[in-house]
Design a binder for this molecule. Structure first.
Ligand code: OGA
Ligand code: NI
Length: 385
């Protein structure tokens, strides 16, 4: 089992760390260098914690990771690829087989010709940028750090639990059924509700198509996942990663696995930042944006359902000092009372159940009670440990 990465006691030393960015001669080091300053700790529920409301010349001290936990960007494999799958390929069996391979080996793949129109993905990203450019007072009204809220603007990951913060602001929305949640969504920018609603509908269709192919790739009937996971909830995280003065010292999102069933990620077309831990050798690989592709990853629930054959892999978002970055993650998740566990067809004498059955409500509560970069949450649901 992977040793837990602990953040407790991981605070940076009390003094400000200065990397002297301006004094650097070597461009490869000045790119990643920056200054670190002390920042007051705000009380819970304070919108001042948002980082998208100001330009930052210096990285506040409570965003600095201890040396052993930093991203070591120079070691990231930049020319590897996660599998790319063309969903318009008429050879269905080949598509299903490719998806199965990708889920087993990487837990991640990109899809082309996925059915979500390019104008819609562009409009989605544009409205997301417009949202984060709203004035601070407007954003402050939406701020909350309560994970139970179904619409909230927040920052980092779980500011109530974590010791070191992450260089991310995010808008979190519940998206299904739309009629129930849209009335709570931001009204500004004016096109927000319409654009995001249309995007959510298309992404949901894609998710269900993928469930069909993933079920078949496991030798299950096409409707297995859709039926077992129940009426799916759909959540969205609109992630905004401002320019960061010291990208070597912090994360946009540290290594984590997604607690849901399936994630569909729309990435900024210009700026990279997603990195995936290669299951085979543990190295980090950069996922570079590919025109009109969407990134798909297996969440913890599909790993459980597949009895560990498919992998919910560690991934993270890193930041950079040149340009802000946006990503829009859509999460399909089982209903709270759905019972999850390995599919009976995948459990046999020589492959016993790796995970016990549980409800998604139980899982989700456990996920949010932890710090993001602790052990794989699913390890807490193993049959033997
Ligand atoms: C997430 C996530 C990656 C990214 O929101 O769960 O992994 O590139 N995002 O923003
Ligand atoms: Ni994720």
């Amino acid at each position: 089992m992977r040793a837990p990465l602990r953040c407790r006691g991981a605070r940076a030393p009390g003094r400000a760390i200065t990397h002297g960015a301006r004094a650097q001669k070597n461009p490869s080091t000045s790119r990643v260098a920056g200054r670190v300053i002390k920042r007051p700790t705000y009380g819970p529920g304070m919108a001042e914690q948002l980082i998208s409301t100001a330009e930052h010349a210096e990285l506040p001290e409570n965003y600095v990771r201890p040396e052993a936990q930093r991203p070591r960007l120079s070691e990231v494999v930049s020319d590897a690829q996660i599998p790319v799958i063309d969903l318009a390929d008429p050879d269905r069996a080949a598509v299903v087989a490719r998806i199965g391979d990708a889920c087993r080996t990487h837990g991640f793949f990109q899809v082309l010709n996925h059915g979500v129109p390019a104008e819609l993905t562009q409009a989605m990203l544009a409205v997301a940028y417009d949202f984060f450019r709203l004035p601070a007072e407007e954003k402050a009204k939406l701020y909350s750090d309560d994970p139970a809220k179904k619409m909230r603007l927040s920052t980092s990951f779980n500011v109530r639990k974590e010791t070191v913060h992450n260089w991310r602001d995010y808008l979190r929305l519940h998206c299904h059924p739309l009629e129930q949640y849209v009335p709570e969504w931001p009204q500004n920018p004016p096109s927000f509700r319409e654009t995001v609603s249309s995007y959510c509908v298309e992404v949901r269709k894609l998710g269900f198509r993928l469930y069909g192919a993933i079920s078949q790739s496991l030798g299950l009937e096409e409707g297995y996942m859709e039926r077992t996971l129940g009426e799916q909830e759909q959540h969205m995280a609109v992630n905004f990663y401002p320019r960061c003065p010291a990208p070597e010292l912090t994360y946009g999102l540290p290594a984590h696995t997604d607690p849901n069933a399936l994630t569909i990620l729309l990435m900024d077309q210009q700026v990279a930042g997603l990195q995936v831990r290669r299951y085979a050798d543990g190295s980090w690989i950069a996922v570079n944006p590919r025109p009109n592709a969407l990134v798909i990853n297996i969440g913890d629930q599909l790993q459980a359902l597949s009895n560990g054959r498919y992998k919910s892999v560690w991934h993270r978002a890193v930041v950079n000092s040149d340009r802000p970055r946006m990503s829009v993650a859509s999460f399909l998740c089982p209903c709270n009372d759905a019972r999850i566990g390995p599919a009976a067809e995948l459990v046999a004498h020589d492959s016993p159940a790796v995970y016990r059955d549980y409800t998604y409500a139980e899982y989700y509560a456990k996920f949010w009670s932890r710090n993001l970069d602790q052990e794989h949450c699913l390890d807490l649901f193993r049959t033997s440990s």
